[in-house]
Design a protein around this ligand. Sequence first.
Ligand code: CTP
Length: 404
Amino acid sequence: MLTGKNIVLGVTGGIAAYKAAEIVRLLVQEGAIVRVIMSKNAQEFITPLTLQTLSGNPVSTETFSLTQESQIGHIRLADTADLVLIAPATANVIAKLAHGLADDLLTTVLLATTAPVLIAPAMNVHMYAHPLVQENLRKLASLGYRIIEPTEGFLACGYEGKGRLAEPGDIVEEVRAALTPKDLQGERIIVTAGPNAEPIDPVRFISNRSTGKMGFAMARVAWRRGAEVTLVSGPTALPPPRGVRFLAVRTAREMQQAVLQHYPQATIVVSAAAIADYRPVHVAPQKIKKGEGTVVLELTRNPDVLAELGQQKGNRLLVGFATETEEVVQNAVRKLRSKNLDLIVANDVTQEGAGFAVDTNIVTLIDRTGKIEALPRLSKDEVASIIYDRLLALKASPNVPEHC
Ligand code: CTP
């Protein structure tokens, strides 16, 4: 996602400066060109050599170093940046920026750049809560600076509370979002993800092999593109994506309830969950003890959530996923029609690099006009992105005649 993007990372003097190393590593791994500027105090916590080695670019430290200016001048740093990130940002750099001061290289670049600027504060809990720091942050936010809030936890200064630098992975996710056009702004999207767990007794359940990766990618990408996202997820091992409203459920009926509750406000529903078609008729109140002979588990049908949404669709766009092992396209087309969908993503889980527990997928998209598009093996984020592109195109041409 970040291939070829020029990112200037400003590192200022706090103990969290060591986390800048991980941020640089993550950005470089995604193809970004990272140029680091360190304040004087930052160099007390981590050496320029560390960040230079990880970024593969010289680290700038002073405003008027003749050597540094001859390599890349401060105005060029500001002009070529696609994005400027300050992580960690101390109370001092936040105050300087809020008051338009430019007394070192980083603050000079901050005033000279027209690129988006992200600020990830990290400091002592009382400093962060100080009304002056809060006023400065509010002022910066009102001017369009994006503040990546610190998290709560144990701080290096011995206190516990809000002031820890946001996790490097979350900071990089904010960078991706800031560089993504907001073409889903105004959309309210419900995404379902993961498996269901239908209880048999207090310690057992029936489930399926879904890991939630495709649904989480659908939620993540929608948030990056500016949508308001509600992710209704069955049990998975994945952390909730940044920026989305996360609702954890277990059974198909809990999923149905959560979706129906948010459906009236939704403009798009993406049903990526592997919703359980059946549940045990009886849930034993105590653990079932083993005995002689076989056990028969009687199952009853669960509601078809997506079909129910299709019956009360209004102007919404509905996307389904068809997990198949044979006659992939035919089965998917049947589901598209019977559930009144706009797009179905057919997924042959027998192919290598597709389906459960992998970061890639090989899918065929079939839309309500009958158009069939087979995509190559792509990352799940890329697949998600193409699905939203096709949805926006469908939205723009609501009355296209059917191909079949
Ligand atoms: N789905 C649903 N409720 C169910 C089962 C599935 O809303 N009880 C949704 C899934 O989230 C998916 C789509 O319907 O978007 C197709 O799911 P899939 O399991 O492929 O198909 P089913 O309709 O269950 O049909 P079958 O099991 O016969 O393949």
